[in-house]
Design a protein around this ligand. Structure first.
Ligand code: TXA
Ligand code: MG
Length: 313
């Protein structure tokens, strides 16, 4: 199979995607964070395909994507006042909430858990698709398990182009990092994955304190190793440290590139995955990545950089 790429502005593109989804096919769709690999949320056959195409263990649950906050009660129960505050403030947008699942959510989505992850993406194209579909989709990032997430249709072609039928091209993802995941079944809510919406923003906008995740296996996708390019990633505390490390690697005969946008975090997030992919294209041996200040969006950037670096330990 070789994926057909539909431009989101082409007439009939949305309808073609909706038709494919209702035929149990997978469609790669753009979101403001990263591209997702979508299946109809009520279609167990299609959901199983997601796991096999991604080579993802079935115990790693998927995020349900809905068109509007008003769909939340169909898919979730016991929605706390805090959860309502959070989604009221940040949806549509890059926030995923974990809630108790309703009986509409199948085991294949949650890996048998009683909770479900839900988000309402802000990308116009995918919201429109959801509205026309009249249902929800599940969509993990459209990459092979453990690898770098795609932030453009071209990235999806490179990773999954031979294994899926359709890619809906909605341009480059504006944010470039996956959504923030907050478990709202606990009091206080817990941060399961740092993302574009920071705990500081949540505190300021909603007066809600989100604490570090505790307990075993809080987020089955929270592995220490993840987001890995083929080249080695090493971390640097600052610019001077990066130059020192680069010089050392160059002396060892390694092709080395420094990655540093630590003074412009939105840009850092936007280019991060593309830069890791580009380094592989260019057959770079080592990327020396300068850590961001560890707050706000910087926390999400550092999380992804650390996991990419851990893959070589
Ligand atoms: O930005 C995003 O969230 C992207 C776009 C495509 O929407 N999606 C995404 O999906 O990053 P994925 O599958 O790559 O990551 C989903 C994360 C995993 O860490 C998973 O473990 C966690 O959400 N998750 C899903 N359901 C969960 C649940 N019931 N309890 C705890 N964590 C859950
Ligand atoms: Mg992923």
């Amino acid at each position: 199979m070789s994926a057909k790429i539909l431009r989101s502005t082409d007439s009939g593109a949305i309808k073609e995607c909706v038709d494919a989804l209702t035929r149990s096919e997978l469609v790669a769709v753009p979101t403001e964070t990263v591209y997702g690999l979508a299946a109809l949320a009520t279609d167990k056959v299609a959901i199983k395909k997601i796991f096999s195409v991604k080579s993802r263990p079935p115990s790693h649950p998927l995020i349900l994507h809905i068109a509007d906050e008003s769909d939340l009660e169909f898919w979730a129960t016991d929605i706390s006042a805090t959860a309502k505050k959070l989604v009221g403030e940040f949806w549509p947008g890059p926030l995923t909430v974990i809630l108790n699942r309703s009986d509409k959510v199948c085991d294949e989505i949650t890996g048998g858990r009683q909770t479900v992850a839900i988000r309402c993406p802000s990308h116009d194209v995918t919201r429109n698709l959801l509205l026309v579909l009249g249902s929800a989709i599940v969509a993990p990032s459209a990459n092979k398990f453990g690898k770098v997430s795609p932030t453009s249709a071209q990235h999806v072609v490179e990773d999954l182009g031979d294994e899926i039928g359709l890619i809906l091209d909605g341009g480059e993802c504006t944010i470039g990092l996956e959504s923030t995941v907050v478990d709202c079944t606990t009091h206080p809510p817990q941060l399961l994955r740092a993302g574009a919406i920071s705990v500081e923003q949540i505190r300021n906008a909603c007066r809600v304190t989100v604490v570090e995740a505790t307990g075993e296996n809080r987020a089955p996708g929270m592995l220490d190793k993840h987001y890995a390019p083929k080249c080695r990633v090493v971390l640097a505390a600052d610019d001077a440290d990066a130059k020192r490390q680069r010089d050392d690697f160059v002396k060892q005969g390694k092709s080395t590139r420094v990655l540093d946008h630590s003074t412009d975090l939105e840009r850092y997030a936007h280019v991060l995955y593309d830069s890791l992919r580009q380094a592989d294209h260019d057959k770079i041996d080592v990327i020396v990545a300068v850590l961001a200040p560890n707050k706000g969006l910087g926390r999400a950037i550092n999380d992804r950089l650390s996991k990419a670096a851990n893959s070589f330990k």
